[in-house]
Design a protein around this ligand. Sequence first.
Ligand code: PBG
Length: 331
Amino acid sequence: MTGSYPNTRLRRTRAFGWSRALHRETLLTPADLIWPLFVTEGEGLEEPIGTLPGVSRWSVDGIVERAREAVRLGVPVVALFPNTPPERRSDDGVEAHNPDNLVCRAVRAIKQACGDDIGVLTDVALDPYTSHGQDGLLDASGYVANDETVAALVDQAINQAEAGADIIAPSDMMDGRVHAIRMALEMGGHHNVQIMSYAAKYASAFYGPFRDAVGSGGLLKGDKKTYQMDPGNIREALREVEMDIAEGADSVMVKPGLAYLDVAATVAAHVDVPVFAYQVSGEYAMIEAAAAAGAGDRDALVLETLLAFKRAGCSGILTYHAPVAAKLLNG
Ligand code: PBG
C-alpha cells in the first residue's frame, strides 16, 4: 500500500547516493554477463567487424586471451561463433561435425588455458557452416527440413561436448532438438553438460551485423521465418519455453533483447528455470551508433539497457558489451 503526500514523499529515498544505493531493487554484476566471441582461422589475427565497431574476430590464440580477460573481469561465460572459411562451407554443413573445426579448437584451447575458471558456451545451428546460410538442411523445395536437421544438430552438439563445451546452446529453432540433444548427451556420458536453449528466438531484423561477423549474411537468400518466431507472438513464446524445459533445457533464452523485454519478463514470471536474454548485434550497433552521433553517453546507455534485463527478471544477458560493462561495474 502506498501512502499519500506529504506523509509519503517518494523523493525522500532518492535524495542522496547512499540512499539510492540502499533502496536499489535490481543489481547488475559482471557475473550476470555472457560474452559472445567470433573465432577466425589463422594465428595472431584480429579482424575488426565493420558493422560492430569495437568487436573483432580473433584467431584461436586471441580467443584464449579474451577468455583470460573474461576471467580477470569476473565474466563467467564466453560464447563462441565461428567465421568458417568459405571453402569449408557446404550445402550440408558437414564442417559442423569436424572435431578440429574452429569452434572445437577454440574450446579446447580455452579449457587448456583456463580450465574451470570459465564456462564455454557453444552455439548449435548450421548457419556458420552452410553454403546457403540457413540454420538447417534444405529439402528439394528449399524448405529447412526439421527432423533431418535435428539429427545433424545432435552430432554437432556431441562434437562440441567432446571438445569440452560446458553449455550447449541450440539457436536453430527446430522442433524437438532439445530432447534429442539431451538424450545424446546422457548416452554419451556428458551428464553435466548444460543446455541453454534459444527457446523464444524471433525472426528479427536485428541480426545483420552478426551475419556479417560469421560470414553468412551474403550467402543467405530469403529469410528464416519458417523456423524463427513471428515478432507478433508472445503466447507462442511460452509454449516454446515450456516445451524446451520439458525436453531437458537447464535454462532458456529470449532473443533479441530490448525489443522483446515484454517476452523476457513474461517468460521469467511464468517459469522456474533461469531465463537469459541475448542483446543481439543490431542492438549493440544501435547503442554504438547513438553514442558516436552524440545522442547519448555510451557507458550509461550500456549499463542502463543491461540493468533493464535484470529488472525484467532475467538471470543474465549475452552481450557484446560484456567486457565494457564489466570494467565499468568493477570500477
Ligand atoms: C544463428 C544465430 C544468429 C544469432 C545467434 N545465432 C543469427 C540468425 O539467427 O540469423 C544472432 C546473434 C546476434 O545478432 O548477435 N543460429
